[in-house]
Design a protein around this ligand. Structure first.
Ligand SMILES: C[S@@+](CC[C@H](N)C(=O)[O-])C[C@H]1O[C@@H](n2cnc3c(N)ncnc32)[C@H](O)[C@@H]1O
Length: 294
């Protein structure tokens, strides 16, 4: 790919794109379009250094302002867009890129369509589906730059001990290093959302702890955070029906005493992994535990 193949992308005007799309954003369908050029120009630069941009996925293309900037930095872009009017518009607006096999538009729901093999994902997500979309992408282990509601972004990136730290922080940080790289005011969008937004960089990494059963680990964390004001000891006892533990008393017996005395908000992801390993070993009938008579 040479630079000259990309000269028709990278500088489109957001307002002109919205006009050409022929449909205004509908907040009921999560359609808040970026209209601040400076913000749009920065978004692709937040990909981690050395990211592979051979095939960038965008979820929710809308009028295509971010698509335009992504086509300027990526070899190929695939956009998933649920609204047929915007899907048609994207195909027309970027016809040259489609003809050059640099753009694919998939019309459909990002929670349902098969995802292509992609090397990185950059998106201004539809807010009502942003959590589900993020947790569909995170296990795939690719670099992600995603726009979320500010509060959601802060909770994702929160460190143990902070007020925002919770199940969302542990689950996201299990898959990636999570950084809020920029807060975006609602004036950057048309129509303006009621809330502020934030751009989050998620850099995949293998966790520095072992998790044998990821589903159980995530369920265990979810269960314990339903009792975040209780000690871990009481949380394990009170949430066995949620985490699926048959013998919570055996878990409390076997787990680290100091961790049992803490509250969920002060337990780091690696410490949750250690607790979940004990819970799986001692608390589940038919698990690995010799204590349970295996
Ligand atoms: C916040 S707008 C972002 C539009 C554009 N990328 C921008 O930044 O201006 C979200 C877009 O996602 C689309 N969308 C909403 N729910 C979707 C879903 N479940 N799957 C795919 N696209 C969706 C909307 O139609 C809308 O175009």
């Amino acid at each position: 790919m040479t630079v000259s193949d990309r000269t028709d992308v990278g500088s489109r005007d957001p307002a002109a794109l919205i006009r050409r799309a022929g449909e205004r954003g509908n907040p009921d369908f999560d359609q808040h379009f970026l209209v601040d050029d400076r913000v749009v120009d920065r978004i692709p630069t937040f990909l981690p250094a050395e990211s592979d941009t051979s095939h960038v996925l965008e979820i929710g293309g809308g009028p295509g302002i971010l698509t335009d900037r992504l086509l300027a930095v990526a070899d190929r872009v695939t956009v998933i867009e649920r609204d047929p009017t915007f899907a048609d518009h994207l195909r027309e607006e970027f016809a040259a890129a489609r003809e050059a096999d640099r753009l694919t538009v998939i019309e459909g729901d990002a929670l349902e369509v098969d995802l292509p093999e992609f090397s990185a994902c950059v998106s201004n997500l539809p807010y009502s589906a942003s959590s589900e979309i993020a947790f569909r992408l995170l296990p795939l282990g690719k670099p992600l730059v995603l726009m979320f509601q500010k509060e959601f972004a802060d909770r994702m990136a929160a460190e143990s001990g902070s007020d925002e730290y919770g199940r969302l922080s542990v689950s996201a940080q299990h898959y990636a290093d999570v950084e809020v790289v920029e807060y975006v005011p609602n004036t950057a969008f048309d129509p303006q959302p009621a809330v502020q937004s934030a751009i989050v960089r998620l850099t995949p990494r293998a966790p520095d702890y072992e998790v044998d059963d990821e589903t159980f680990f995530l369920d265990f964390v979810k269960a314990i955070f339903t009792q975040r004001r209780k000690t871990i000891r009481n949380g394990i006892r009170n949430t066995a029906h949620i985490s699926g533990l048959d013998d919570p008393a055996a878990v409390v017996e076997a787990a680290d005493e100091e961790l049992l005395g803490r509250r969920a908000g002060n337990v780091a992801p690696a410490e949750f992994a250690a607790l979940a390993a004990v819970a799986a070993e001692y608390g589940i009938d038919g698990g690995d535990s010799t204590a349970n008579g295996d």
